[in-house]
Design a protein around this ligand. Sequence first.
Ligand code: UD1
Length: 347
Amino acid sequence: MTHVLVTGGAGFIGTHVTAALLASGHQVSILDSGHPAAHSAPVPGDVHGVPVIHADLRDREAVTDVLRGVDAVVHQAAMVGMGVDLDDLPEYVGCNDLGTAVLLAGMARAGVRRLVLASSMVVYGEGAYACPGHGAVRPPARDIADLAAGRFEPRCPVCGDEVLSTEVGEDALLDPRSVYAVTKVAQEQLCSVWARQTGASVAALRYHNVYGPGMPKDTPYSGVAAIFRSALEGGRAPRVFEDGGQRRDFVHVSDVARANVAALEAEVGGLRAYNIASGRPATVGELATELASVSGGPEPVVTGEFRLGDVRHVVASPARATAELGFTAAIDLTSGVTEFASATLRG
Ligand code: UD1
């Protein structure tokens, strides 16, 4: 039995991770700030019977206290999503990077040498692409004029032709395109330096698009699955941006929770990154159509709108997590979405 601190343990993914750790026989402590970007209601007093220590990671004393007797940390606490505007910038950096720095310093003092970090596929920026004429290429950020004209596919940096999306592996260059993505890259890099200096082991789990019960409802910080679900619940059509052809890998939160347990139990040595994905990507349009049809709600509307921080396709290879952690996602999109259509969301 390992005594594990779950940061953000009262949040969407943290709640499921806590349940999975308990089910695997681990002892769990939870620290959660109840940040308003993730919680519209006060955090509960306990999660699955584990008392929630209500504190911010930037609070050095609270972090020191909660690390007493802990063997490993599963670090889920973060501000996620696109945010409202650039006024959010200091809070993203404060929560995600300063918070992680305080945690790592506390772990170094306490001699805690095992960490599972909730990272994200957003560290890749655009996924991997191949140009028919130039092979593997890294397209630059999409041109605003192209987006406005409804040309959504990224282009080859050499010839300007549209490129084809391919599976992105963990060794791809990191190329963050949003404030949140920058903070996730910084988290990984801080953890990597910390691991080298302390001899610790960090599994950085690059989650793809996580969905499932307990997902926060429609807010500027919510993922697209919750936004579509909230629209359908209100009798409104899901609004699909761009042309709906953008591809993602939607992975169920219970699979993500299992991946955390597997990563905790593996000794990776230094920092090692893993795509946590289903391996069966879908378009955002397909997600909307499937969810609308299961819910019996209005058909999705494809709006052509675009967000500058969005990337076009991120399609992952989860092969490394399978080979090294023994993790394979169990829930496919059809069964996951069927359950999600009537699941309880976070208020
Ligand atoms: C999402 C998460 C990010 C997480 C990452 C990997 C959010 C907001 N983003 O990134 O935190 O790290 O997965 O787990 O939680 N879209 C629509 N209609 C809408 C809203 C969005 O069509 O109403 C489209 C977007 O244009 C985009 C796609 O859906 O093409 C996915 O958007 P979103 O879920 O916001 O974020 P990701 O960038 O995929």
